[in-house]
Write a protein that binds this ligand. Sequence first.
Ligand code: FES
Length: 104
Amino acid sequence: MRAAAPPPGSAARITCGDVAVAVFDVDGDLVAFDDRCLHKGGSLSRGYVRDGTVTCAEHWWRYNLRTGERVGSPRLCLRRYPLERDGDAIRVAIPKTPVGPFDA
Ligand code: FES
């Protein structure tokens, strides 16, 4: 899928069929993760982005945006998607089969 990149320090939600992806700009680097919080599925693209982390707005679980790991519980990790820049836009690849959190 192709979409506009989020502004620096923020997030964007991209959907493709029933897959929702949260794209974050972390100090100029773009990363894409599943948009569902591992707690109860809150939308991480609606969370609070700060200091390289996103905090889910529902119950405050926090994730490291470099690794996808939950802060304080690193064995809980968000699924990451491959992403590439295309000018001002981005492309996110959604695998047809489920992938592990570090397959991107
Ligand atoms: S749904 Fe994200 S912390 Fe509960």
